[in-house]
Design a protein around this ligand. Structure first.
Ligand code: NDP
Ligand code: 8X3
Length: 252
C-alpha cells in the first residue's frame, strides 16, 4: 500500500516525533511548519530513509496553504494520513486579563488552520479510501476546564466536536477520524505558552514524568495502523502523575 502522511507542525514536539516514527516504518512524508531551517534539517535527515517533502507554510494563511497543497507533486498527491498537529497556547491568565491578540492567534491557528488544512486535504484522503486516517491533536483542555485555559480550551473543544462531525460526513468514504487528546507532555509547547520562560518550563515538568512526544507519535502510529474497519473516535492520554482536582468553591 502506498502510504503518504501529511503532518502540520513538524518542526518540533509531537509533529517532529511523528515524522521520525512514520519515516522509520517507510511512510512518505509531507512535513510542514513555519521554521524553514528546521524543516530542511528534518527532511535532510529522514530522506535517507524515505521520501520527504518539506513545505514551509503558516496554517493561518489560507491562500498560502491552498497554493502549497495545489502544488503537491504527484508522488505525494494521495494521502493515507493527515496529522493536524500545528497549534499553540499563549499564556494562562484569567480571561479578564488576557490579550485579544493572543486569543486571535490561538483561534486562527488551532481552529481555522486545522479547518483549512482538513478541507483542502479531504479529497486526497477520500481518494485513498479505506484505511485513510485523520488524527486531530486536541487536548484534555478541550474536555476539562482549568483556570487560565479559557480560549485555548475552547479551541480544543472545537477540535473534538469538529472531529466527531467529520466522522458523520465521511461515512462511506473509508476515512477514519480521531481526536487525540493529550494531557501534560514535555515539548516546546510550554516555552511558547510562557513566552520562552525557561524557569516556568522547568517548573511545569519538574517531578511529573510527563508524556513525551515519542509516546504521542507511537499512539498516532497505532491509530493509523488499526484495521480499516476500526475508528477510534477519541483518546485521552495523560501521564500517571496527572489527575483531577475537586470542584473549587469560593466562600464569602
Ligand atoms: P510544539 O510547540 O513543540 O510544536 C508546535 C508545532 O506547531 C511546531 O512545529 C510549530 O511550528 C507548529 N505551529 C505553530 N503555529 C503554527 C502556524 N501558525 N503555522 C504552522 N505551524 C505552526 O508543541 P507540541 O508538539 O506539544 O504541540 C503540538 C500540538 O499538541 C498542539 O496542537 C498543542 O496544542 C497540542 N497539545 C500539546 C500538549 C502538550 O502538553 N505539549 C498537550 C495537548 C495538546 P513552527 O513554529 O515552525 O511554525
Ligand atoms: C495542553 C495540555 O493541560 O496544558 O493541551 O492544557 S494543558
Amino acid at each position: 500500500m502506498d502510504s503518504t502522511l501529511f503532518i502540520t507542525g513538524a518542526t518540533s514536539g509531537f509533529g517532529e516525533a511523528c515524522a521520525r516514527r512514520f519515516a522509520a516504518a517507510g511512510w512518505k512524508l509531507v512535513v510542514t511548519g513555519r521554521r524553514q531551517d528546521r524543516l530542511q534539517a528534518l527532511a535532510g535527515e529522514l530522506s535517507t530513509t524515505t521520501s520527504v517533502l518539506p513545505l514551509a507554510v503558516d496554517v493561518r494563511d489560507r491562500q498560502a496553504m491552498q497554493e502549497s497543497i495545489d502544488g503537491l507533486p504527484a508522488e505525494f498527491a494521495t494521502l493515507r494520513g493527515l496529522i493536524n498537529n500545528a497549534g499553540l497556547a499563549l499564556g494562562i491568565n484569567p480571561a479578564q486579563q488576557c490579550s485579544l491578540d493572543e486569543w486571535d492567534t490561538m483561534v486562527d491557528t488551532n481552529v481555522k488552520g486545522l479547518m483549512y488544512t482538513t478541507r483542502m486535504l479531504l479529497p486526497r484522503l477520500i481518494a485513498h479510501g479505506a484505511g485513510a486516517s485523520i488524527v486531530n491533536i486536541g487536548s484534555v483542555a478541550g474536555n476539562w476546564p482549568y483556570p487560565g485555559g479559557n480560549v485555548y480550551g475552547g479551541t480544543k473543544a472545537f477540535v473534538r466536536q469538529f472531529s466527531l462531525g467529520l466522522r458523520c460526513d465521511l461515512v462511506g468514504t473509508g476515512v477514519r477520524v480521531t481526536d487525540l487528546e493529550p494531557g501534560l507532555c514535555e515539548s516546546e509547547f510550554t516555552l511558547v505558552r510562557f513566552g520562552g520562560d525557561q524557569a516556568r518550563y522547568a517548573a511545569t515538568y519538574a517531578g511529573a514524568d510527563p508524556v513525551q512526544p515519542e509516546d504521542i507519535a507511537e499512539t498516532c502510529f497505532w491509530l493509523m495502523n488499526q484495521p480499516p474497519h476500526i475508528n477510534i473516535n477519541n483518546l485521552e492520554i495523560m501521564p500517571v502523575s496527572q489527575t483531577w482536582s475537586g470542584f473549587a468553591i469560593h466562600r464569602q
